[in-house]
Write a protein that binds this ligand. Structure first.
Ligand code: SAH
Length: 345
């Protein structure tokens, strides 16, 4: 059966035409799907016979909340969803002054193998369908009652390793008859799958591309991030430059500060040079401690000295505020915990 929630209204309309159904029904159905219904039966303004017929042609899946943690510190909510095949992914809802941001996963697990990240420990299980990513946004909003205005693709998985489904998700969530979230309110984060940068730039989506840099030199970066091996920081910078030239959108470098690993003066100066070469903004993240990983967050002293070097060099730098410190809000942590509790690992 076809998965109707991953289809755009134009595609539903074309399908309906083939089935001999009136085209205008497509918009009606798409709107219902955007309200989070779990079956055609709930589409109360469709004729009964049509609902039955659609139920035979198409499937509608809906994720189930199997974990929910609410931070006592700042209200950050972390959801663990069960998907139709029993797999689980995480979503985080964060509240800022300017609105609510949802952080979505794009894959079940991840195959990129970053040394500090919890999401990748069990490898990649599968890619998420476009509608499964959409459901993370939609059901976070429905369950929490918080209207979502911003999306970051910074949960479990590498979005550019699930390129087609992620692009389709973006078109679905951005659609005026759907959630209608503007591309300028969406950030896509990548560990640097540069083979996709030109494709993404050509789409001219106006979203923000975040690059998880974490080290400005090949030696450190290849140790931390296997995705750097065989690609290299120079090639990554060239890809960033082209992306910026084509889209005019400033790239953001994510940089998790790891004590004694990537937070020395050498790293700060080289990072400043790299950032300036592609007009990138630098977002420093205090490393979240992951139980299975041996790394520690940088000390306050290291952070301060690092920031000063960047600022003195004229780099646009911010430090990410830590939210949800009490709810395992770092990538993949909640899913790992559940798997452990169930004796799966
Ligand atoms: N695969 C994508 C998106 C998912 S991770 C990417 O690599 O960008 C979202 C961000 O969290 C990335 O910048 C990632 O490197 C970072 N991250 C992963 N584990 C972390 C940890 N323990 N502490 C701080 N940041 C972490």
């Amino acid at each position: 059966m076809k998965n109707i929630k991953s289809m755009l209204p134009e595609e539903i309309a074309a399908d309906f035409q083939e089935l001999g159904l009136p085209k205008y029904r497509a918009k009606q159905v798409f709107r219902w799907l955007g309200r989070g219904v779990g079956s055609f039966e709930e589409m109360s303004d469709l004729p009964k016979e049509l609902r039955r017929r659609l139920g035979e042609e198409y499937a509608i899946y809906k994720p189930k909340v199997i974990g929910k943690q609410v931070s006592k510190l700042d209200g950050t909510i972390k959801y663990l969803w069960e998907l139709y095949d029993g797999n689980a992914v995480e979503t985080v809802v964060m509240s800022y002054k300017h609105g609510n941001t949802v952080c979505v996963s794009s894959q079940v697990g991840c195959r990129q193998g970053c040394a500090f990240c919890a999401s990748t420990i069990g490898g990649l299980v599968r890619c998420l369908e476009p509608c499964e990513i959409l459901d993370e946004v939609m059901f976070s909003q429905l369950d929490s009652g918080k209207p979502i205005s911003n999306i970051v693709l910074m949960g479990i998985g590498e979005p550019l390793d699930n390129y087609d489904n992620v692009i389709r998700f973006l078109r679905l969530v951005n659609h005026p008859d759907g959630m209608n979230i503007g591309m300028r309110h969406i950030s896509l984060s990548t560990c640097g799958i540069i083979e996709r940068f030109d494709d993404l730039a050509a789409l001219d989506l106006q979203l923000t591309l975040s690059v998880s840099l974490h080290a400005p030199d090949d030696e450190t970066r290849s140790k931390l991030m296997p995705a750097n091996r065989g690609r290299g920081v120079d090639a990554l910078m060239n890809a960033c430059r082209r992306y910026y030239d084509v889209t005019g959108r400033r790239i953001s470098f994510e940089y998790a500060m790891i004590n004694g690993v990537n937070d020395t003066e050498f790293h700060a100066h080289l990072l400043a040079k790299r950032a300036k070469s592609v007009s990138a903004h630098v977002n420093l993240i205090p490393l979240n401690h992951v139980e299975e990983r041996r790394f520690c967050p940088s000390t306050q002293g290291h952070m301060k000295a690092f920031i000063k070097i960047l600022e003195d060099e004229g780099v646009n730098v911010t430090v990410r505020r830590k939210l949800g410190g009490d709810v395992d809000a770092s990538c993949g942590q909640l899913r790992r915990k559940m798997q452990k509790a169930e004796g799966k690992i």
